[in-house]
Each structure stands twice: as C-alpha cells, then as structure tokens.
Design a protein. Structure first.
Length: 513
C-alpha cells in the first residue's frame, strides 16, 4: 500500500490550513506552517543527496522542529531516529553509529557533546544542523554545522517528491530502548504500524478535531511520539506542548487552554498534587486523562479523581506502545490493573511451554497486532528471540482476572522506571564492573517517594577494598545519563548466586522488600 506518515502534515495543511496544529510555549503554529517547514527541511534533505532508507537523527528537546523533522523525513522515506537529549557522549556515539546515521539535527545547548564525538561518527559537517530552540533567537552556530534557521529561509515550501514510492511496510522510525544486555536496541516501526498506533489512540480517546491535547512526555520516547503527538496531529487536533515540564504551569495550562485530553506520567502527576495547584484551577474541560507509568499508587489515582482528573492506566513498550489500556470510565473500578488489550492488539498470558494460561495464573505477557514493531535494527538474532511466529514476547510477567483485565507482576528483564524513564540495570552494571575496587555488582529497582522508583546498587568489593556512594556516582558521571544513576548504594560481603554462577536478583529484591 503506497502511502506515508508524511501525508498527515500535507493533508491537514490542505484541508484546514489555518487550524492550530501546535501551541508551543504559548505560540500557535497552524497546520500550514507545520507543513511548510517540513517541506523546506525535506527539500534541504534532497539537496544533500539523502534517499529513501537513509537514517537521520535528531537530538532535541520537545519543540515544533522535532515534529517538523519527523514529517520531513517521512515525506522522503527517510528513517527517523530520535535520540534522548540526556545522553552522554558515549551513548550518543553508540546510537548514531549503530544505526548508521547520515544527518544529525541537534539543539544548540548540546553543541559541546556533539562536537566531542564529531570525528567518530558517520555524520559529515554539511549534514550537522544546529537548532536554536526555546526563546533563543540568535546563537553562535559552530562553524562546522549549518544553522537550522538558514534552511528555513533558503528552501522552498513546495511539496517534495520522493524518488522512490513509499510503502506502508517501509521503515519510518528507529526507537532506541535501554539495553537489557548493556547496549540499547533500535526498535523499527514502519509507516503502517505508526498509522495503526494512531488509530488505536484515536479510537481509545474518542479523539476529535476540536480536541486540545496537553502532554509533556519526551518526544524521543514511544509514549510522546507514538501515543500522543502523532495521533493528535493525524486526527487534526491541537497539540499543546512546552520545552520542559513544570508542575504549576502544566496544570495551569489545563484551564488556560481548556485542554480536553491530558497525558502525563505518574511522577508528573505526583508533583502536580504536591503543589496543590489543582485546588485552584478548573479541570472540567478534561474528557480523558491517561498515562501513568512506573508503579502508580492507588491513592494517587484517587487523589487525582477528587480533582476531576480520572487517570486511566496503561501498559506498553517501545516495541508495541499502548498495547493495553484501561477502558474509559473504569479507572477507579479496577485499580491495580493496566486495562484490556487495545483496539489493534491481541494479548494473552503464556506459560513456559507456550500454552495460554487461564485467569489468575502468572506467566509472560504476549501480544500480536499491526502495531508491533518490525524488529530490532540490524539485530536479527535478538529479533528472532523477541518476535516468534508473529508474537511479541514482552519479557514481562502478569496475569488476567476473570473479566480479562491485565495485571503486571514483575519485569523479567529487570527494567525499572525512574521518573518515567526506562532504566535497565545491566547497562549500569557493565560500567561499574570496570571500577578497580568492584568485584561484582547488582542493581534492582526499589520504590522512591519522588521518582516512583530508583536504582539500588549492591556492590561486592575486591578483597581489601571498600567504596563509597560518592565514588560510585563520580565513576558513572559522564558515562551514562544522570537519571540512570542508582539512588542508593550498599556495600555487601557477597552477592547471592545461582548454581549457574549468576546473581540471584530475586533474592536481593526479597531481602530488600
């Protein structure tokens, strides 16, 4: 089927050119303005010789230019690779090189980190674009990069034509997951899969053209891009976004813009409740509140409901976003559940022998449907382990109740979520194992009042050595993003081991809890 996600911008610019597509930092941007800028950038890409299947990356804070770049890439069949703005140089270099990025658009505040890896990536200087985001008008663009604003001034708004016809099965996105085995994997999402993600959210929220969709999840994540921003723009709604989250401002925007759909992470809602701002604003415009994330306390759901925000929980992965969501008007009836399989997802609980388990029995959550990823970029073995006979093996344990509602029990991949960010201990453990004082290390996710969860590092030191928490943090500084740092460190005499010589994290969790 010959079509592309890039048609979203061009079609709405044709149908409703003056309709507000995005309100960013209180500045309205119409669908025509969004599409014109996407065309300018796409025409720049063509001049640089980029062709269907080439990878382009962005390392940007939330901003309209992020979505402009996304649609520009989609129009030409380029593969869009969003990278987290909190990555350190080692992580950024790995992801750029792993997917073979040809072009990078980066925020001017990240110039130093990008400059530090220039010589060790495949990105040429004439394909390095520096963007002044936020309220900054003029910046000192490095001499080795191109100023994004100059592209907007020089290139045509004419609709570009891809040299090759784009098919819905063609790859659109590479979304990096945190690395379970130490290195991140790039989940490949096709144009068709993205459309089904759009349809799934639009049906779930009963999204309309006159909706105002408020969110503040990073666009470089599956949740922000696939479960909020693209569905809202596909429906022709208005997307309300800011560069960064600030609790009082976020809540105030509900009343200021009469938001009808609100997406937020558990940590965000916790900060909003702590500021008591909901006591002072009118939330009656809100029809749907969804999101959540890391273990959400029942009391938080109840406190939000008292303020007029009925939070609907859900469950998803980068490999299959928003696969399970709580039905509307049932958020307080099934507290503890993440909901039912969404409109374009089949999900069930599977035993180790591959059989489907009945209600009440714990097993692996397995899913199938048209919004499951195509696979991991250039990782056929990992893809074959994760997608078997068309079924996505999530690696997460759960069970269903008699009504079919799903409950998450544990994460077999050891991943935990801190402040809405996925953290995989293996990545941090791999780095700490290089410390000269450390013999062995294991990290588990533990509850945290502020961030929902944080990491607790159990460290076994080499004979005659000991280590402090400050030393651990200093060793990690510059090697991984700060949100991945363990919040707690405990030095132990020895770590519990299995007969196979592997650390028994289940024993650590049991002893800690």
């Amino acid at each position: 089927m010959k079509w592309s996600i890039g048609k979203i911008a061009s079609k709405w610019a044709l149908f409703s050119p003056d309709k507000i597509a995005i309100v960013y930092e209180d500045k309205p941007i119409t669908y025509k303005m969004l599409n014109d800028d996407a065309n300018r950038l796409a025409n720049f890409f063509r001049k640089k010789g980029l062709k269907k299947g080439d990878r382009i990356s962005v390392c940007l804070y939330n901003c309209p230019e992020f979505l402009v770049s996304f649609f520009a890439a989609a129009k030409l069949g380029l593969i869009f690779v969003p990278l987290h703005y909190r990555l350190v140089s080692r992580e950024l270099k790995y992801q750029l090189n792993r997917c073979g990025t040809s072009l990078l658009i980066f925020d001017h505040q990240l110039t130093k980190i990008v400059e530090s890896i220039r010589s060790s990536t495949q990105v040429d200087d004439d394909k390095s674009i520096c963007l002044a985001s936020g309220n900054v008008e003029n910046i000192a663009c490095p001499e080795w990069a191109i100023n994004y604003s100059e592209i907007m001034q020089r290139f045509s708004t004419n609709e570009p034509e891809s040299e090759e016809i784009i098919d819905l099965d063609d790859p659109l996105l590479i979304l990096y997951t945190s690395g379970v085995a130490g290195d991140p994997k790039g989940a490949v999402i096709s144009h068709g899969q993205m459309f089904f993600k759009n349809f799934q959210i639009m049906i779930y929220t009963d999204m309309r053209e006159d909706d105002v969709v408020l969110f503040q999840a990073p666009l470089c994540h599956s949740a922000g891009l696939c479960a909020v921003a693209t569905p809202a723009l596909c429906r022709g709604a208005s997307l309300l976004m800011r560069r960064k989250f600030e609790a009082v401002q976020f809540a105030g925007d509900i009343e200021k813009y009469k938001a009808t759909i609100v997406f937020g992470l558990t940590t965000m809602f916790r900060f909003i409740l702590e500021n008591k701002i909901l006591d002072k604003i009118d939330t009656s415009s809100v029809r749907i509140t969804f999101g959540g994330g890391e273990r959400t306390p029942p009391k938080l759901i109840q406190d939000l409901a008292e303020k007029g925000l009925h939070l609907l929980m859900g469950y998803g992965q980068t490999e299959n976003s928003a696969m399970i969501l709580m039905p509307r008007n049932m958020g307080e009836d099934k507290i503890g559940s993440c909901g039912l399989p969404n409109f374009f997802t089949d999900a069930w609980i599977e035993g180790k022998d591959g059989t489907r388990l009945p209600p009440g029995q714990i097993g692996e959550i397995v899913a199938r449907g048209p919004n499951v990823m195509s696979g991991y970029w250039d990782m056929p073995e990992d893809t074959a382990k994760t997608i078997v006979d068309g079924k996505l093996h999530t690696g997460d344990l759960g069970y269903r109740d008699e009504d079919g509602f799903f409950y998450i029990v544990d994460r077999t991949k050891d991943m935990y979520r801190s402040g809405g960010e996925n953290v995989y201990p293996a990545e941090i453990e791999k780095i700490l194992a290089q410390h000269p004082k450390i013999e062995n290390v294991a990290i588990i996710g533990v509850p945290d009042d502020k961030w929902g969860e944080t990491g607790k590092a159990f460290i076994e030191c080499k004979k005659g050595s000991t280590i402090t928490e400050d030393e651990v943090i200093q060793f990690l500084d510059g090697k991984v993003a700060r949100y991945k740092f363990p919040g707690q460190v405990e030095v132990v005499g020895s770590l519990p081991m299995t007969s196979w010589g592997k650390i028994k994290k289940s024993a650590l969790k049991k002893s800690w809890l």
